[in-house]
Write a protein that binds this ligand. Structure first.
Ligand SMILES: O=C(O)C1=C[C@@H](OP(=O)(O)O)[C@@H](O)[C@H](O)C1
Ligand SMILES: C=C(OP(=O)(O)O)C(=O)O
Length: 453
């Protein structure tokens, strides 16, 4: 028998306790029973945006099959077009929109402005491409993204002899004065705040005259699987790229091959859907689960059992069956900070306290995710304490309320998970999920309604 984890004592949709609700708030669908559904998700943001960059730098055209169509990939497409790349639609190979044919230009051209939106992958992957272009390229971003750290990349480009004109050594906006070539060679950067500084330099490095020998010097190195994804994407295109030891990478100079590549589904965006099975004691199957992958979302297969779920991965799909009662966890998410918001939401619904560690760097994601998660869960009556590098979450009965997203797609989806079992959670700016999954509101509603049908 399904029981709501905590029900609102009184749902007053027109007089919420906290910040005034607006008509644009999204009332998170409440699950009146265990959700049971099967879903296929759109392409991975991280793979789509790497393949777009590599296709723009390649020596022949590429076809990206089933790419992600979202704000982040749209910003990447526009950025590469602004530098001279041709990107055209082709008939769809997947369920979520056209394929893309990417035809590299003979000569990348700057003299343009690139809007990065909120996309870390655009602001960290495209400046090295602009260094290979001829002419100045101005990089700017949404106000909410202007505070995201850029120091490791700006310093790295400067160490390679690239002229970067920045008001701040650590933030957008700035101008990259491309000369058409980059010498490359050996350099050290501090990638403690984002692995994307490393990925950004590696993606363009085989087009540098001497390639790159890159070393990280800093207190920690987050999101290592995302760097492995970069190395893997380079190798798939015939580039000599390797990592001799943790924190050191090399890329030899040489051509990047054009490629016909099918983009894997986004396994990080699978997190809220699989969490829905855990939160409601239901069962969720996701098709298109790769057998081998560099996506850190694959870790959900061993993380969700820690919360008491049963996980079955077979025949290209994952099925998660939720427990009667969610267990608290103590986990280190250094490699998979992207998964923290969904897992924090589950921890808030558990039967015992949890600690999420190793995620100080997610203070530099779309928002300070540690502060945002603590504030929003506590606003609903929870007890979350911020740690220097994580969260301690003590489950408390939660009640209806407004959930702020801070322009963060993963905050929006974390609120939706809680809203499955706490009636009357209203999410401010659900549209922010358009960053990586514009279909989220409709897929989520369909999931919740599926068991009733
Ligand atoms: O390279 C990538 O595609 C990403 C790297 C990670 O960034 P950080 O290293 O900044 O955590 C991850 O959190 C982000 O969502 C995507
Ligand atoms: C941190 C994230 O995004 P970005 O690529 O903008 O860094 C994320 O998607 O969780």
């Amino acid at each position: 028998m399904f029981e709501a984890k905590y029900s609102a004592p009184e749902v007053d949709l027109f007089g919420m306790r906290e910040t005034p609700a607006t008509d644009d708030d999204w009332v998170a669908p409440f699950a009146h029973g265990p959700v049971t559904t099967r879903v296929t998700l759109p392409g991975s943001k991280s793979i789509t945006n790497r393949e777009l960059v590599l296709s723009a730098l390649a020596d022949s055209p590429s076809r990206l099959r089933a790419p992600l169509h979202s704000k982040d990939s749209g910003n990447m497409v526009e950025a590469l077009r602004a530098l001279g790349t041709t990107i055209e639609p082709a008939p769809a190979s997947g369920d979520y929109g056209d394929d893309w044919i990417v035809t590299p230009t003979e000569e990348l051209t700057g003299s343009t402005t690139i809007e990065c939106g909120l996309a870390g992958t655009v602001m960290r992957f495209v400046p090295p491409v602009a260094a290979l272009a001829l002419g100045p390229t101005v990089f700017d971003a949404d106000d909410a993204a202007r505070g995201r750290p850029m120091g490791g990349l700006i310093a790295g480009l400067a160490a390679l002899g690239v002229d970067v004109d920045a008001n701040s050594a650590d933030a957008l906006p700035f101008t990259v004065h491309g000369t058409g070539s980059v010498g490359g060679g050996s350099l050290e950067i501090d990638a403690s705040q984002s692995s994307q500084f490393v990925s950004g330099l590696l993606l363009s490095a085989s087009r540098f005259d001497r390639g790159i020998e890159l070393h990280h010097r800093g207190e920690r190195l987050p999101s290592v699987p995302h760097i492995e994804m970069t190395i893997d994407a380079l190798r798939q295109r015939g580039v000599d790229a390797s990592s001799r030891e943790t924190g050191s990478w090399s890329v030899s100079p040489g051509p990047i091959a054009g490629r016909d590549v099918r983009i894997e589904s986004d396994l990080s965006n699978a997190a809220p859907f699989l969490a829905a099975a855990v939160a409601t004691g239901g069962r969720v199957t996701i098709d298109g689960w790769p057998e081998t992958t560099t996506q850190v979302g694959a870790d959900l297969a061993h993380l969700l059992p820690l919360f008491g779920a049963h996980v079955d991965v077979a025949d290209g799909r994952i099925t998660v069956t939720g427990p009667n009662e969610i267990s608290g966890v103590d986990i280190d998410l250094t490699t998979g900070g992207e998964l923290a918001p969904a897992l924090a939401a589950l921890a808030a619904l558990a039967s015992s306290p949890s600690t999420l560690r190793g995620i100080g760097h997610i203070r530099h994601h779309e928002t300070d995710r540690l502060a945002a998660l603590a504030t929003e869960i506590n606003r609903l009556g929870g007890e979350v304490e911020e740690l220097p590098d994580g969260l301690r979450i003590t489950p408390r009965p939660l009640t209806a309320g407004r959930w702020m997203t801070y322009h963060d797609h993963r905050m929006a989806t974390a609120g939706a998970i809680i809203g499955l079992v706490v009636e009357g959670v209203r999410i401010e700016n659900i549209a922010t999920t358009g960053k990586t999954l514009p279909e989220f509101p409709s897929l989520w509603r369909r999931m919740v309604e599926a068991h009733v049908a």
